[in-house]
Every structure is written in C-alpha cells, then in structure tokens.
Design a protein. Structure first.
Length: 285
C-alpha cells in the first residue's frame, strides 16, 4: 500500500467518493416519484425515458421495471484524476469498466459487480441549487446478495472501498458488511439473503432534533414510521425508516460515525442490539 495520503489520512489507492444519485426501477415510476415528492421534498421532472427527482444534496431516477431493483448507483468523485485511478484499479483487479453518459454525472465510467448491480463514478452535476427542503443528504445504499463475500471483494479490490465493520453469526459466518469511501462509516453495505435485490437507501440529516422534524414531516404527510427512532450499532447512527410504494426501506439517519482510516475493521454479533441498541431490531434471518 502506498505511503502517500490524501485528505482524511486515506491512502491514495483507496477510493474517495460520495453517493450522488440512485436509479430505481418501479412498476409505476410516476406514483413512486410522487411519493418521494411528499416524503423527501424532491422536485420532479420528466425526460424521454425516465423521471428525475432532485432535492438539496439528493437525486433519484425512476424507470419502469420490477420493484426492489437497483438499476444504478452514481458516486461523485472529486476530480478526473480520482476517476482515472479508479479505472486503473478496476482493470488491475481483473474487471472491466466503460464510459457512460448520465444526466447527473460527467466524465463518468460504469462498473458492474458480480450480482449485476451497476455503479457509476464521475464528476457531479449540481441540479439542486436553490431548492428548499429539510436537510437530508443522500448518503448510503444497501443491497442483499446470495453471495455477499464476492460483492465485498469487488468493492475492496476493484473499487477501492474500505471495510468498516462486519456482522458475524454464531458460526462465524459474515452476515452484513459495511464499507466506506470517505470518512463516514459506510456509503455502501451488503447483507446475506436468499435473493439479490435492493434493500434500502439512506439520507443523512444533521442531528437528533432533525430526526424529530423528519418524523413530524412524515406524520403531516400521513406516512407511517415503520421502524425507529433508534440507534444502530455499526455506524452508531440515529435512524428512522419508512416504506416507499414499492416496498423499499427509506432511512433518515443522523450522527453517523466518522472513521479514521487507521481504525481496524470491527466485528459485531448478529443480534437484535446490533441493529438497534435502543430496543427492537428487525433481525434478518
């Protein structure tokens, strides 16, 4: 590993990026986009083949398709040099990438993980200047996989993410892995399941008082809180969850752990208190 470091003490051969947008499939893209207008304060515009929703520090794209399907996740890198380092790393790991044209990122490349999920990396286009809404930055995305170990290897070896924590069952098997590409505890996570699919995406707000305000906002829109408020073990963040019309979990988070790069990866037991140290967890089997 190179001894040269970027900001946050991160070695140059690890990725520096942040989640910028998600492209989600939906059986009814318009109805789902309208839900996000109410729930998350998005402003919606139509293109020829998609619906694009934008808000302060958050973007979603909706296209026709099966529910709980992640079509693409777009990450913003700070500059073209970072993208070029990523492209070289992907090639060294034995994977491929291709240039793509997107509405929300420029100078972008796309790579595909072993489950077929597509990840795009480029320079952010700012489509949310002047928009007003409660603060909630699009921060992480979580998928389910029948073989999460392959996904973790791809994210570490090819994309340059860093492992923050694993959740381990009683037999020593890894059930969930949390990975980061910034100083925040995770921007991506994957857990073991019977099928490959999208699980949830998360928005980071400012503090506990804003979790309260988001809860009040959901109540004003008659959107029930499905889980929380609570506090996760890995990441130590406050949270609440709602469901969108397609059954995707949508998380509002605050005070996510800031991680020094030298911190070793942690191990957590697969139990209720790991998911929610305050009380009931939704433990995945």
């Amino acid at each position: 590993m190179s001894s040269a470091h970027t900001r946050w003490g991160r070695p140059l051969d690890t990725l520096v990026a942040r989640l910028h947008y998600l492209e989600l499939a939906s059986p009814d893209p318009l109805a789902t986009a309208q839900f996000y207008e109410r729930a998350m304060g998005y402003e919606v515009r139509h293109t020829n083949d998609a619906i694009i929703a934008s808000g302060p520090d958050r973007h979603l794209i909706f296209v026709p398709g099966a529910p709980k399907t992640l079509m693409r996740a777009g990450f913003a890198v700070p500059n073209v040099a970072e993208r070029d380092r990523l492209a070289a790393r992907i090639e060294r790991a034995g994977f491929s990438h291709r240039p793509v044209v997107t509405d929300l990122l420029t100078d972008a490349i796309e790579a595909v993980d072993p489950d077929g999920n597509r990840f795009v990396f480029g320079i952010a286009r700012d489509r949310s200047q002047g928009m007003q809404a409660l603060p909630a930055r699009l921060q992480h995305v979580v998928v389910a996989s029948r073989d999460p170990a392959k996904i973790v290897r791809f994210f570490v070896d090819a994309l340059g993410f860093t492992l923050s924590d694993d959740v381990v069952d009683g037999e020593g098997g890894i059930r969930t892995s949390f990975l980061r590409c910034s100083q925040e505890h995770h921007s991506f996570a994957v857990f073991k399941a019977a099928e490959d699919r999208l699980d949830h995406h998360c928005y980071e707000t400012t503090d506990w008082n804003m979790i309260r305000d988001w809860g009040d906002h959901m109540a004003s829109e008659h959107i029930p809180i499905q889980w929380g408020p609570g506090r996760h073990g890995p990441g130590n963040n406050l949270f609440l969850f709602v469901h969108d019309p397609d059954g995707n979990w949508v998380e509002i988070s605050a005070e996510l752990e800031i991680v020094d790069h030298q911190r070793p990866a942690g191990r957590w037991p697969h139990e209720q208190r790991t998911l929610n140290s305050w009380g009931q967890g939704l433990l995945r089997s």
